[in-house]
Design a protein around this ligand. Structure first.
Ligand SMILES: Cc1ncc(COP(=O)(O)O)c(C=O)c1O
Length: 476
């Protein structure tokens, strides 16, 4: 039998906090009958968000195509839904049960290119778009392509979504962390980027790429266009490829904030030398179709022979799943005004987005009022990254510790805190050490996804818990 000592040690080393120890404990407690409020993962439909009728109606017809040509279909489905299902089947006559081209179905790639053109007012090429099983698989493909030697490194934000750190550990690349500026609504800071890359280079690391998450997970920040342009210039200065994780592009709530894609900013700057990989997904936005595993990445400025290698890589796993491809098509091709399903679609979409906005405000404003806790009202995405303070035992100063000691000390403090929060209140959040945080600070990440009445309870429960926890620490 294989054993833990002779399997891939990089797998053992890789960490993925959003599904870690605390979540396992939450599931155990739930089995014993405790009510758990899952705030650990951006999985909207697991938290009672209803799927859009449009998506599920089209999918249901395509999964059972005999229905499409049955006159009964028009009784149960709006006309435009039946017409759309017919069109998709015509364009992809092999249906949902057959493999497709490695990069994905051609008319869907064309629809994505049209969506980018319309969103950004820039040209887009269907032949540089690859459909994937969610954005995660796209990021992993791109990292496979970029990491040539064990000392190749990728710049990753701190805090970050752990897909990046875990994949780098798995694939044997080096992580070059750069801190986001909490004091400046979590934007990127040029001086910090410069310091991180210089330190990495002087340590023998060869930086090959920079990953940016906009809107941010776990920070909820929406990057300004100036910040994006600064990052593009920085990438060019150091000859880095750019990975733009834009899965939350529809999730922008705060007035005055606007999503701007890296593709658009690069186009405006006339930048033609650095390679850009942009990722999008059906999991977030107002679709929340995480289980359907759909998404794509678009590439700009790539030599043809390299692109062929990426297609070869995709072909090793044949193609992304066809339902995911279809949901991606429906995401970029919503019902149009005048079509029968338009009104309901708009109502459901606006309902979901306005609930998310309201919940982000309640969480941001109310958690910020708790003594010893601070957070911004999330500008976008689906999370609040909350800073909290705990007393230290006499004579303990984390900033005087070695980096390893400090990381262990802080990871224990925020994990113990989140575990106690779970045990006492049933609220499941993720400790900041799973995403990264400034030395000497502690955080947890909560989603804004639970239903509104639960969010109100959640704030009250967190407040009572926090005050009690700090009091107990002071007494011991
Ligand atoms: C920033 C970010 N990128 C990528 C993903 C993965 O999304 P997908 O479900 O499309 O793989 C997530 C999921 O939470 C995310 O937060």
């Amino acid at each position: 039998m294989i054993n833990i000592k002779n399997i891939n040690s990089r797998l053992i080393e890789a960490q993925y906090a959003v599904r870690g120890k605390i979540v396992l404990r939450a599931q155990e407690l739930e089995e014993k009958g405790k009510k758990i409020i899952y705030c650990n993962i951006g999985n909207p439909q697991a938290l009672k968000q209803k799927p859009l009728t449009y998506i599920r109606q089209v999918l249901s017809l395509l999964e059972y195509p005999d229905l499409i040509n049955n006159p009964a279909a028009e009784k149960f489905y709006p006309k435009d839904i039946v017409a759309k299902a017919k069109y998709i089947l015509e364009k992809n006559p092999t249906g949902t049960g057959a493999y497709t081209q490695s990069a994905g179905i051609t008319f869907i790639r064309q629809a994505i290119a049209d969506f980018i053109k319309k969103r950004d007012g820039i040209p887009a090429d269907k032949d540089k778009i690859i459909l994937t099983d969610g954005a995660s698989k796209g990021v992993q493909s791109v990292l496979t392509v970029l990491l040539k030697n064990p000392n190749d490194g990728v710049m990753i934000p701190i805090p970050q979504y752990p897909l990046y750190s875990a994949t780098l550990t798995l694939y044997g690349g080096k992580l070059i962390g750069y801190y986001l500026d909490e004091e400046n609504s979590w934007q990127l800071n040029e001086k910090v980027l410069e310091e991180s890359i210089i330190k990495a280079k002087s340590g023998g690391i060869n930086p090959v790429a920079i990953a940016v998450i906009n809107p941010g997970n776990p920070t909820g920040a929406v990057l300004s266009v100036d910040n994006i342009k600064m990052i593009i210039k920085f990438a060019k200065r150091y000859n880095l490829s750019l990975l733009a994780d834009e899965v939350y592009q529809e999730n922008v709530y705060l007035k005055g904030c606007k999503f701007v894609s890296f593709a658009k900013a690069m186009h405006e700057m006339g930048e033609k030398e650095i390679t850009l990989f942009s990722f999008h997904s059906v999991s977030k936005g107002f679709l929340g179709e995480c289980g359907h595993r759909g998404g794509y990445f678009e590439i700009r400025n790539i030599p043809e022979d390299v692109f062929e290698q990426i297609i070869k890589l995709q072909s090793v796993s044949l193609c992304s799943n066809v339902d995911g491809q279809i949901v991606t098509y429906l995401m970029v091709n919503p019902p149009q005004p005048g079509e029968e399903s338009y009104e309901l679609y708009e109502k459901e979409k606006n309902g979901i987005l306005s609930e998310l906005k309201a919940k982000s405000e309640i969480l941001g404003i109310e958690l910020n009022k708790i003594e010893g806790m601070s957070t911004d009202v999330p500008q976008g995405a689906m999370y609040a990254y909350v800073k909290f303070e705990l007393p230290h035992k006499k004579g303990v100063d984390p900033l005087a510790m070695s980096e390893d000691e400090r990381l262990k000390y802080e990871a224990k403090r925020d994990s113990d805190y989140c575990m106690s929060l779970l045990e006492e209140t049933g609220i499941c959040v993720v400790p900041g050490s799973g995403f990264g945080q400034m030395p000497g600070t502690l955080h947890f990440r909560t989603t804004i996804l639970p239903p509104r009445n639960e969010i109100e309870d959640l704030v009250r429960l967190i407040k009572d818990f926090h005050l009690g926890y700090v009091k107990r620490m002071k007494e011991n």
